[in-house]
Design a protein around this ligand. Structure first.
Ligand SMILES: [Zn+2]
Length: 615
């Protein structure tokens, strides 16, 4: 593997590689900041090196030492959107294989983009403050000075002082009494320590602290949540987590991170889940009471192999993380619930993929599989494209060589790049060389148009998915379409959808939003009354129903939309609803954002501002 430059880091990662990161920090809820020391053990990759450059973004750097002695350092000018390089003079020349220990004393500032600090009022029981991190893609640099690129992986030790229980992306190694050096520490402070013995990139560094309790969700899994929500979360997850782990193990190889825990965060968490090692951070919107949204957990768990153990070397190859994960997630669903569910999930994914391509424009750079991110912010490229184009590419290869042979490649790929990072070109080489001795597979793979798959924007050819589960949804949507054009005697009733999975309801509603003519307002009221969608506690269903209503400019749903926008922070739901509300009633969209912007995570706040055209 040739090392290549990651365009989204200012660090000199081709000259030094972090082998170990030891972080010792204090959480201050009263100041909404954390501060402490980070010790990076760096290995030189070339001769004649005099300087280490680390990524930082809005950090307050207080001191730097190299091998135990004070060093000269400077924080360079800010380069948007990458932050400010911390340039450290080593005081001597360092050669390949030499080890350098750099210790930085620092604190975060109010401009930190990785952390969300919540007041007690913003949490569910309103008793204690809460904080959590979200570092992907390039926000770790606003949390601690690092080589903030997924091409560099290190082992970690965490030592975190907090007055409230702490979770972190490592294995817990204990809780200690804390003797404060100064009187400034908050009462009840303890030291929580964790160790991550498997090398991981900076973006997987994660911490959360708040009124968090835990309970068993499987033989090697705990669920963490607020004490009031714990039982409900445990019930939702406990039947499936171990089944998912075992199924993934049968496809790839044994789970390596020892424990697989899930932290259910407050509702402002911007993603469905974040695959932090040993502890997935997840949105509470997956807890719907009927287990219908737990496939998010199959997805995050799959990242334990694709993404966490085998990582994209830069965000330009993000499909290697997300496409593989989506593929494994669907294979798990197929094995657990039947092959029809693999296809059904792929059909839902294709719809999201098509919408992303339409939103960017079919010739947009970010609709390619391998993208150019030079000078760009990876958050701007985030969409379902890497997930779904990546999935469709892997599914195409799966069909091309045949499932039996393809399934022997899966463990080979994950073994080859275990604990490493790779590019799309490494993937191609590995695939071709694995099948080079198999004449039949080689002939099949010779048909792959790699340039088209990697660099052609827009949608590829849609595969013939098995539509068995979707057919009923399409048929019902067709009845509504006929009703909409007044040439039907169809009488909707609750029995139309009785026994349906929430996924089927989603497909039905998405089909409706695809109609060239929006539903008449009277029909939206009829749908609401007969199917009860407006009362659904399942965010997947409620958000789709509001989408149907907003597309029809149904004013009676504007205030409900504004209300749910104040209760969810998951971008999957928040961004499309803000865009639609903005088209319907810009004043209300802006007022709603203004009222709730403190509730959103900085990443969500930033992208919604762009979506709404607010500077
Ligand atoms: Zn993912």
């Amino acid at each position: 593997m040739a090392l290549s430059k990651d365009p989204n880091t200012l660090s000199n990662h081709l000259e030094f590689s972090t082998a170990h990161t030891a972080i010792s920090l204090t959480l201050s809820f009263s100041k909404s900041s954390l501060y402490g020391e980070v010790e990076l053990t760096l290995k030189a990759l070339a001769d004649g090196l005099k300087q280490v450059v680390l990524d930082t973004s809005f950090l307050d750097i207080k001191a730097v030492a190299v091998n135990g002695k004070g060093a000269k350092w400077i924080v360079g000018d800010r380069v948007e959107p990458y932050g400010s390089p911390l340039k450290i003079d080593l005081g001597k020349t360092v050669n390949s294989q030499d080890e350098v220990i750099v210790k930085v004393t620092w604190g975060t500032t109010e401009k930190c983009t990785a952390l969300q600090w919540m007041t007690p009022e913003q949490t569910s029981n309103k008793r204690h403050p809460y904080m959590f991190s979200q570092c992907q893609a390039i926000h770790a640099r606003s949390l601690y000075p690092s080589q903030d690129t997924p091409s560099i992986k290190s082992t970690f030790d965490f030592s975190i002082r907090s007055p409230l229980p702490v979770c972190a992306s490592g294995l817990p190694t204990g809780v200690r009494h804390f003797v404060p050096a100064t009187s400034s520490s908050e009462p009840g402070t303890l030291v929580y320590t964790f160790r991550q013995p498997i090398p991981m990139p900076s973006y997987l560094m994660a911490i959360a602290s708040g009124d968090i309790a835990n309970a068993a969700a499987g033989p090697r899994s705990l669920v963490y949540a607020g004490p009031e929500e714990l039982l409900r979360c445990k019930k939702e997850l406990e039947d499936d987590v171990e089944t998912f782990i075992k199924t993934a193990e049968s496809l790839i190889y044994a789970y390596e991170w020892t424990t697989y825990n899930v932290l259910i965060l407050p509702p402002s968490f911007p993603y469905g889940g974040m695959e932090n090692p040993c502890i997935t951070f997840a949105t509470p919107t997956i807890i719907s009471g009927d287990k219908s949204n737990v496939d998010v957990i199959a997805h995050e768990l799959s990242h334990s192999w694709s993404g966490n153990l085998v990582s994209n070397a830069s965000w330009e190859h993000f499909w290697l993380n997300e496409g593989w994960t989506t593929y494994i997630e669907r294979r798990i669903q197929g094995k657990v619930h039947g092959d029809k569910h693999f296809h059904f999930s792929a059909i839902i994914g294709w719809k999201a993929f098509k919408e992303s391509v339409e939103l960017f424009g079919a010739d947009h750079e970010f609709t390619k599989l391998v993208i150019d991110l030079k000078g760009k912010d990876p958050d701007d490229a985030f969409s379902s494209v890497p997930y779904e184009k990546g999935f469709n590419f892997l599914y195409y290869l799966d069909r091309l060589v045949g499932r039996g042979k393809w399934d022997t490649f899966i463990p080979h790929y994950f073994s080859t790049y275990r604990r490493k990072s790779l590019t799309s070109f490494d993937f191609k080489d590995t695939l071709l060389s694995f099948f080079s001795k198999d004449a039949e597979a080689s002939v099949a793979l010779a048909k792959v148009d790699w340039d088209t798959w990697f660099y052609k924007p827009g949608l590829p050819k849609k595969p013939d998915f098995d539509t068995t589960l979707a057919d009923a949804c399409y048929a019902l949507a067709g009845s509504w379409q006929a009703l909409n054009s007044s040439n039907s005697f169809f009488k909707p009733s609750p029995s139309d959808i009785s026994g349906w999975t929430s996924g089927q309801i989603v497909v039905f509603l998405e089909r409706i939003t695809d109609f060239p003519t929006p539903l008449r307002k009277g029909l939206i009221k009829l749908m609401r009354d007969e199917y009860g969608f407006l009362k659904s506690e399942n965010a997947e269903i409620l958000s789709r129903f509001l989408t149907v209503g907003l597309k029809a400019k149904d004013e009676t749903l504007y205030s409900k939309t504004a209300e749910v926008l104040g209760g969810w922070g998951r971008m999957k739901f928040v961004r499309p609803l803000y865009r639609l509300l903005n088209e319907c009633d810009r004043k209300l969209a802006l007022e709603t954002f203004e009222k709730n912007k403190g509730f959103y995570h900085p990443i969500c706040r930033g992208v919604v501002m762009k979506d709404l055209g607010i500077n």
